[in-house]
Ligand binder design. Structure first.
Ligand code: PLP
Length: 409
């Protein structure tokens, strides 16, 4: 029989659990109305259930010229003033320079997939957290890369021992390590590593790099929703103290930062003491950009630059965003404290868009999800549990939710 697809693409089929669950929730809402709890989508919704498009972002967008909206970006690497704005947004408050290269990408997804593509050969292995964003798997499969997990938690904190063992094993097997660390505000658990946990991770990685190159892919998609505000960014200074044989790729995204999910803009921020490798990495990333997406949305880059470089716009953006950071904290407070009250087990949570209920057995997880759906509660199945997107559920619907779920278990 004739097959049109090549061997690696034949049989590929995208099953996106988030969108599937969201469609089911939408259908239920059409029938049952407001009683439906839709905790599926990882985008911000306000207390009236309306999608949040920040005024302080999308009103200034109106002032951006038609020409800017129509034009190609001025460079495949991304507009220079955009790259400068990303640098300042991430590192501007630090009292040291962070020597890096920046490449604009279509969202965090572009930054992550381009990194996987260029770092690992087909057949090699990437490390990801045991609870992690689903598309990491899709991206790895796309490039013929296999995945292995490091266990996220033991006794309510980060499982450093398993992290060390998992990375050591991969280093031993392939002489190189690429590890994804989604911090702060981890999706799907809402965990943020403690500074001392990061110190231990980085000390270990420095040691491990004696045996081969180590690339840390720090996915910071939710960085701007940390309760610590911009002070979390002090963490980046630690990357200045990594050995020559370590590279960090920060995957930055404007999707959540600006509520600009559809604008598809983000960046790879690459840090390494090894200047030759840094330059080669930059070249390879620009090449991949040209061959896969070509250039990034010009007016979205202009929008980010505009907000970040105008004090008045920046202040109003920060104020408006802070309202949602506080709202997320209040929502989390309701759900997480009620989980504790009723004994509904969740993964260690600190902050961010999501909380995950622990259900390790796959059959039990699927069964519970179905029961919840029959009771108009829509969540997303993730590795080891069910994800509740508190970013999209108003406080009034979170009150009593833990108890309802516990009773349905
Ligand atoms: N990383 C994580 C953990 C995410 O949850 C997301 C979005 O949902 C992304 C990265 C990237 O999103 P985007 O490509 O829209 O920037």
């Amino acid at each position: 029989m004739n097959v049109f697809l090549n061997n690696s693409s034949n049989g590929k089929k995208m099953v996106d659990k988030v969108f599937k669950a969201a469609v089911a929730a939408k259908e239920a809402k059409a029938i049952h109305g407001d009683i439906v709890v839709d905790a599926t989508l990882g985008t911000l919704f306000d207390e009236d259930g309306k999608f949040v498009a920040l005024e302080s972002v999308w009103t200034p967008y109106e002032e951006i010229s038609k020409v800017s909206k129509a034009k190609y970006a001025s460079s495949i690497q991304g507009n220079p003033d955009f790259r400068k704005a990303v640098y300042n947004w991430l590192f501007g408050d630090l009292n040291e320079i962070v020597d890096c290269e920046i490449i604009a990408t279509p969202g965090g997804a572009g930054a992550i997939s381009s990194t996987i593509k260029n770092v690992l050969n087909p057949g090699e292995t990437i490390l990801k957290p045991s609870q992690g964003w689903g598309p990491y798997k899709t991206m790895a499969h796309e490039f013929g890369v296999t995945l292995t997990d490091y266990n996220m938690f033991v006794d309510g904190h980060f499982d450093l021992i398993d992290f060390q063992n998992s990375l050591s094993k991969v280093m031993k097997d392939q002489g190189k390590v690429l590890v994804i660390i989604n911090d702060p505000c981890h999706n799907p658990t809402g965990y943020t590593l403690k500074p001392e946990e990061w110190d231990q991770i980085l000390a270990f990685i420095n040691e491990l790099s004696a045996y081969g190159p180590v690339i840390i892919l720090n996915d910071i998609a939710y960085i701007d929703y940390s309760n610590q505000g911009s002070s979390w960014k002090q963490h980046f200074l630690k990357y200045n103290h990594l050995n020559e044989n370590v590279m960090v790729v920060i995957a930055f995204s404007c999707s959540k930062t600006l509520t600009a999910y559809g604008a598809r803009v983000g960046a790879q921020v690459i840090i390494s003491k090894n200047k030759e490798q840094l330059s080669d990495f930059l070249d390879a990333s620009i090449y991949s950009a040209r061959s896969i997406w070509s250039t990034v949305n010009n007016s979205a880059m202009d929008l980010f630059t505009k907000i970040m470089s105008d004090d008045k716009l920046l202040q109003s953006y920060l104020t408006e965003k802070q309202y949602y950071v506080d709202l997320l904290r209040d929502r989390a407070q309701i759900f997480v404290s009620e989980c504790a009250e009723v004994g509904l087990e969740i993964y260690p949570f600190k902050e961010g868009f999501f909380v995950t209920i622990k259900v390790q057995n796959n059959q039990e997880k699927e069964a519970l999800n179905l029961t919840l759906q029959q009771n108009n509660i829509f969540t997303v199945e993730v590795d080891g549990g069910l994800r509740i997107a508190i970013c999209s559920v108003p406080k009034r619907k979170l009150v009593g939710l833990a108890k309802r779920i516990k009773e349905l278990m």
